[in-house]
Every structure is written in structure tokens, then in C-alpha cells.
Design a protein around this ligand. Structure first.
Ligand SMILES: CC(C)(COP(=O)(O)OP(=O)(O)OC[C@H]1O[C@@H](n2cnc3c(N)ncnc32)[C@H](O)[C@@H]1OP(=O)(O)O)[C@@H](O)C(=O)NCCC(=O)NCCS
Length: 165
């Protein structure tokens, strides 16, 4: 039986941190995971735990943390739905995937978002993260904006960076 509850940073912090290496590497190709990242992530969690417009949740199964969800809200000035929610981070323990926990977490986050007055929820996901993209599609999310990137410079034969043509 899985239940979603507010995260307790002191009790759940280590388990949540353990889920982040894969999450960040899946979403930011080339990401270098290390102690500096862990410190900064922990600092951000402490900040998010304060009572403001963010909320941290964990999924718990038999007393073990098996998933994490970080929700926030934002003001989208140019939208007909100015109060929106954002999924900042969702992760499920590898050995517990494809059991509906990611879906349960996001649905829980959507209920939280509606209770905050949000009428739209948005998120960013890296195209190559097929599992996450599939999860969001499954839950009815669609693409309404593209975030586009282009590497600047290319490596020359001598190993230096040259501008792209
Ligand atoms: C993305 C993630 C949270 C999904 O969690 P999950 O608990 O495995 O997802 P669910 O079991 O709730 O899946 C719900 C639906 O999403 C889709 N889905 C999830 N994982 C999938 C996969 N690997 N391949 C294809 N479809 C997938 C399916 O439609 C699935 O329904 P089904 O199992 O009935 O077919 C999990 O893979 C994860 O933690 N990945 C690493 C962290 C990460 O990248 N997070 C996203 C940050 S943007």
C-alpha cells in the first residue's frame, strides 16, 4: 500500500537525496553529480520546506520512502490562468517503477495545486527522458511551449572552440 504524505526533511532527506542523481542525470545530459550538488539541493529543500508557496511530498510504502514530489506555484502574467502550479521534481525509486507511484504522486500534486487556486499545472522535461515524457502524456499533459537550445562553438582539430557558422 502506497501513501503520499508531506515530506519531513529530517526523516526523509537522505532517501530523497538518493533519488536525485539519476533524476538530474536523466534530465541534464552531461550533468556532474557530486557533493556540491547535494549541498545545494539540500539547501533548496530546506528553503522549500518553509511555509510559502511550495510543497514537498514523499510516497511511502511499508515505511520506506519510494518516491518524491516537489510542487510550487507561480504567477503566469500573460495567461488566462495566471495562478499556475509547477512540478519541480518527481522521482520514484528504480525498484518501484511501473507500479503507478509516479502517477499517484503527480495526481496528488494536482490536487494540492487546485487547493492553492491553480487552474493549470506545467513542468519541464528533457526530450530524451522517455519514461517521464510517457508519464506526463499518460496523465494528459501536452506541449504548449518549446524550450530550444543550440551549442555554441564547435571543437576544432586543434581542440579549441570555434564559433558555429
Ligand atoms: C518518470 C518516473 C517518475 C515515472 O515513475 P513511475 O512510478 O515508474 O511511473 P508510473 O508507474 O506511475 O507510470 C504511469 C504511466 O506512465 C508511463 N510510463 C512510466 N514509465 C514508463 C516507461 N519507462 N516507459 C514507457 N511508459 C512509461 C506509462 O504510461 C505508465 O502507465 P502503465 O504502467 O500503466 O503503462 C520514473 O521513471 C523516475 O523516477 N525516473 C527518474 C527521475 C526522473 O527522470 N523524473 C522526471 C523528472 S522531469
Amino acid at each position: 500500500m502506497v501513501r503520499v504524505r508531506p515530506m519531513n526533511l529530517r526523516l526523509d532527506g537522505e532517501a530523497v537525496l538518493a533519488l536525485q542523481q539519476e533524476t538530474y542525470c536523466a534530465n541534464f545530459p552531461g550533468f556532474q553529480y557530486g557533493i556540491e550538488f547535494e549541498r545545494e539541493f539540500s539547501r533548496q529543500l530546506r528553503h522549500a520546506e518553509r511555509p510559502d508557496r511550495e510543497e514537498l511530498f514523499v510516497a511511502e510504502m511499508n515505511g520506506q520512502v519510494v518516491g518524491f514530489l516537489w510542487m510550487g506555484t507561480l504567477l503566469a502574467e500573460f495567461s488566462p490562468e495566471p495562478v499556475q502550479a509547477i512540478v519541480k521534481n518527481v522521482s520514484v525509486a528504480p525498484e518501484r517503477r511501473r507500479q503507478g507511484i509516479g502517477r499517484l504522486l503527480i495526481q496528488h500534486g494536482e490536487s494540492w495545486a487546485m487547493a492553492q487556486g491553480a487552474r493549470r499545472v506545467r513542468l519541464q522535461v528533457t526530450v530524451s527522458n522517455a519514461a517521464a515524457v510517457a508519464l506526463y502524456h499518460d496523465l494528459g499533459y501536452s506541449v504548449d511551449r518549446y524550450e530550444m537550445t543550440k551549442p555554441l562553438g564547435s571543437v576544432s582539430e586543434s581542440g579549441g572552440l570555434t564559433p558555429n557558422g
